[in-house]
Design a protein around this ligand. Structure first.
Ligand SMILES: [Fe+2]
Ligand SMILES: [Fe+2]
Length: 195
């Protein structure tokens, strides 16, 4: 229940600053994730202000180089294992959590956790983190086969939708001969157990 008072007005940055940092295209994606997060926060009865803050900052590290992201992570308390460090497309999540805390002064652990785990997921991720992970995947602008069914599934039964998304991510990585990080696999296993 920490930082209950947090709201968008208290975050020390303007939408213009964010737009400049993210660039036009990423800002458009961020806006789409924000919209998806707003509607999910109603569906799941999750604090709207926290959902907004996490959505706005989730990709804040995307323009950083691999070296910059690794340096940010090394200088933080987040545990990032060797496997995760070797998967460059996911590193903007822990690096983003560091930027959100240090530059944007976010103290709320749930918001930071939502940013930190939005790429790999995590079996212990909380509801806000699950919301952001899902919003990122189904946001407007995402276009792949089956996206509409996934959006529908999330609306009908959030946990089932989340399960389908994690399964979909793992399936994709398998097809690409990529690593499957245990966080993703363990999240999927946990969602099966909870069914
Ligand atoms: Fe991302
Ligand atoms: Fe994203």
């Amino acid at each position: 229940m920490e930082n209950k008072e947090i709201n968008l007005e208290m975050i020390p940055f303007s939408i213009e600053d964010l737009k400049n940092e993210l660039g036009e295209e990423r800002f458009r994606h961020t806006q789409a994730v924000l919209e998806a997060a707003i509607s999910l926060s109603e569906q799941l009865s999750i604090d709207l202000k926290k959902a907004k803050a996490a959505a706005l900052l989730h990709d804040i590290a995307k323009n950083k180089t691999a070296a910059e992201m690794k340096a940010l992570i090394a200088d933080s308390d987040w545990q990032v294992d060797q496997l995760e460090l070797s998967i460059l497309p996911v590193l903007h999540a822990p690096a983003g959590a560091v930027i959100a805390e240090k530059k944007y002064k976010i103290k709320d652990r749930e918001i930071l956790e939502a940013i930190r785990f939005h790429t790999l997921g995590h079996p212990q991720m909380g509801k806000l983190a699950q919301l952001i992970y899902t919003a990122d995947f189904i946001a407007e602008g995402r276009d792949f086969e089956g996206i509409d069914q996934l959006r529908e599934a999330v609306k009908l039964d959030f946990k089932r939708g989340l399960y389908l998304i994690v399964s979909r991510v793992i399936e994709y990585q398998l097809k690409q001969d990529n690593f499957i990080h245990p966080y993703s696999n363990n999240l999927r296993n946990k969602l099966i157990k909870e069914k």
